[in-house]
Ligand binder design. Sequence first.
Ligand code: GRF
Length: 202
Amino acid sequence: KRVAILISGGGSNMLRLIESMTGDHPARPVLVGANDPGAGGLALAAAQGVPVFATDHRPFGRDRAAFEAELIRQLDAAQPDIVALAGFMRILTPGFTAHYAGRLLNIHPSLLPKYPGLNTHARAIEAGDAEAGASVHEVTSDLDAGPILGQVRVPVLPGDTPEELAARVLVQEHRLYPAVLRRFADGNRARLDLDATLTPTP
Ligand code: GRF
């Protein structure tokens, strides 16, 4: 299976996905794209020998369709079987999600359906939640609401700042996303619930 990955920033999830696709893994990374030419993850991907592209969304202004048409042109040149969003921070229109229906994944830093959207860790802390975490889901036209393919739960500790909680969750994202991608590439859409308590929380 050919996997393309879209990022906006550092690409730590993207890197773990690339590193996981070796040996008898049914998938290989074929392209990494970013909506920001300055995304640090582009250099990480290139260092791994993965072709990269950047399509800056800013020149397109509010014309999401035109931006996405260029994104699709770039992506489809690599003929991806799966497109994985990893820290990709642009909302995608139904035109894009329909084009990749059934083969578009995303990781979101909350226990969906709780806290779709932004500032998920601050909201969990504010709500006094005992647990937070991350979810990998199929992307549909409803923001952060597609079928959940996997989750990992992480304790919220007394006095946690959003940054401390985000760091604790990110470590588990790096376990969850590769595990879900491998199953998805094998055609297995059964939900995976990872237990974060197996690893010491920093
Ligand atoms: C992560 O919290 C991820 O859940 C969210 O973007 C953040 C940064 O991801 N989607 P990355 O380091 O760029 O992979």
